[in-house]
Design a protein. Structure first.
Length: 220
């Protein structure tokens, strides 16, 4: 059972994600939207600016949180988000892509100016900036390279993803190694959120290009 509080919380995340997509002139599919918010949650946790968010679990298309799709549906019903495209996939399911409607653009602008959302806005910008460089078309492959998902995926569908767990091979574990390396080699350099985001996505990029086993996806 998905609580209404979880869905309400996810509405802000969806708007910030769509706002970053709009900057890149991208209308993300439901899968890309899920993946953006997963990266946003992971990065926010390891940077230490966002609280742990439960909900992401392994699924056939990678990390999935049902509250995100429920939030998108609620926003679309209210006219805040618009369905920018819909089609039948090769598997017979329905593909959808989304964009901010005019009310959504105005609401997102207000969120960006709200002090309570400052940390979320910062992390969304970091993810959006890295995807602008690497390409939104690669977002699924980048998520499949994320250490927590790589480690947890063999457990099967429905396994919880704990990116902040530094005691197992996770994003937190990888970032901790990066931080220690910087401390040893460059004691005066601070591991800022921008530095962490850059190294995190460089790691995903390298892993995807050189080590990842490509997994077939079903666009829904």
């Amino acid at each position: 059972m998905i609580g209404m509080q979880n869905i309400s919380n996810r509405m802000g995340d969806v708007l910030l994600a769509l706002g970053e997509a709009e900057k890149a002139n991208v209308q993300p599919t439901r899968i890309q939207l899920q993946k953006f918010i997963y990266l946003y949650d992971v990065l926010g946790q390891v940077v230490g600016t966002l609280k742990l968010r439960e909900g992401h679990k392994t699924y056939r298309n990678g990390p999935y949180d049902a509250a995100i799709q429920n939030a998108v549906d609620c926003l679309a019903f209210r006219g805040v988000v618009r369905i920018a495209g819909i089609w039948k996939t090769a598997s017979g399911s329905t593909g959808t892509k989304y964009a901010l409607a005019m009310p959504g653009q105005k609401l997102t602008s207000r969120l960006r100016e709200t002090p309570e959302f400052a940390r979320k806005v910062q992390v969304a910008k970091l993810v959006g900036s890295e995807l602008h460089e690497l390409g939104w078309s690669r977002i699924v492959d980048l998520v499949y390279a994320e250490p927590t998902f790589v480690t947890t995926r063999p457990s099967g569908w429905g396994s919880s993803l704990s990116a902040e767990d530094g005691l197992v091979v996770s994003t937190a574990f990888i970032i901790a190694i990066m931080r220690r390396t910087v401390d040893m080699l460059y004691p005066s350099r601070e591991a800022t959120p921008e530095w962490i985001a850059e190294r995190f996505f460089a790691y995903l990029d390298d892993y995807d290009k050189n080590y990842a086993m490509k997994i077939g996806t079903m666009e829904t």
